[in-house]
Design a protein around this ligand. Structure first.
Ligand code: NAP
Length: 291
């Protein structure tokens, strides 16, 4: 069994990005610039955005944080998005989700110029990804594909089961795995799937993104399978200062001995999600996807 080290892979990618940024600046180019809009004071969102800003600093990007209170109107947010769309210094920007209930998320996401949509949530990017055109791919699936490639894991002709069909993880993940680059035979499972145990046990590559801690047990996993655990659920713990521990969707201790490769939680997919936003921002700055 080989543990897939997302921390180390993300560190390697960050070093590569940093080197590219140094090269851009040495050639007299512009420093890549990521902006983030944060609405309200949700603890989770605050810490995600803080990490994103810190990651930018680590690779030499410029970053801007734009804050609004919970009572911001849709019109005010749309005006800020328009401003960022037209700001030539900003290469890419994100609106941290979730937004307060009174703001329709789709209206906000669709207002972002897709050429600056480094979260890859705009329908143009999703559509282009589905038909195999260059696009910003959302961070978690992008990070998982990168892990699979960097570990040299064979995907062609393999049975891949993705558990979960969310717009940000399961759905795009299943599309990417079935495309010509990866060539897997993909099954998408969800809460209405019958015989989930048998479906999972048929997988050469099992990607778990259901958000149910330790749901995937050893009897659901084929001997020699590659298991990618996306799940991150906070469960109460007396062993940590925060009073919480992150648990994956996979019962790690029981499943790991059966696997050829497995990602841990934490330290697997999570760091790759973070680094993918940096990769997308660099792609936006270097205009490799859209001119
Ligand atoms: P989500 O929107 O809640 O989607 C969960 C999916 O799993 C749904 O499609 C649901 O089916 C399916 N599902 C739930 N329970 C199931 C069950 N018992 N059997 C089969 N399918 C089941 O969640 P998400 O946003 O995709 O996130 C999934 C997990 O990944 C969460 O723990 C989240 O915190 C984590 N996550 C981690 C990262 C990272 O960077 N590590 C990034 C994003 C998300 P239905 O469609 O039928 O409801």
């Amino acid at each position: 069994m080989q543990l897939i080290d997302g921390n180390q892979t993300a560190k390697d990618i960050k070093a590569e990005i940093k080197q590219q940024v140094e090269g851009i600046i040495a050639r007299g180019g512009k420093q890549p610039h990521l902006a983030a809009i944060l609405v309200g004071h949700d603890g989770g969102s605050e810490s995600y955005v803080a990490y994103k800003i810190k990651d930018c600093e680590a690779v030499g990007f410029k970053s801007s944080l734009i804050r609004f209170e919970d009572d911001v109107t849709e019109t005010e947010l749309l005006a800020k998005i328009e401003e960022l769309n037209n700001d030539d210094d900003v290469d890419g920007f994100i609106v941290q989700l979730p937004l307060p209930r009174h703001i329709p998320e789709n209206n906000i996401l669709e207002a972002i110029n897709y050429k600056k949509d480094v979260d890859g949530f705009h329908p143009v990017n999703v559509g282009r990804m589905v038909i195999g055109l260059p696009a910003f791919v959302s961070a978690t699936p992008y990070g998982i594909v990168e892990l699979i490639k960097r570990y040299g894991i064979e995907t062609s002709g393999k049975n891949c089961v993705v558990v979960g069909r969310s717009q940000i993880v399961g759905r795009p993940m299943s599309v990417l795995m079935s495309q010509k680059e990866m060539n897997a035979t993909v099954t998408v499972a969800h809460s209405r799937t019958k015989n989930l145990k048998e479906v999972c046990a048929n997988a050469d590559i099992l990607i778990c993104a259901l958000g149910s801690p330790e749901f995937i047990k050893a009897n659901m996993v084929k001997e020699g399978a590659v298991v990618i655990d996306v799940g991150t659920t906070r469960v109460p713990s007396q062993e940590t200062k925060s009073g919480f521990r992150l648990k994956g969707d996979v019962l790690f201790d029981e499943v790991a001995p059966k696997c050829s490769y497995i990602t841990p939680v934490p330290g697997g997919v999570g760091p790759m999600t973070r680094v993918s936003l940096l990769q997308n921002t660099l792609l936006a700055a270097t205009k490799e996807i859209y001119s």
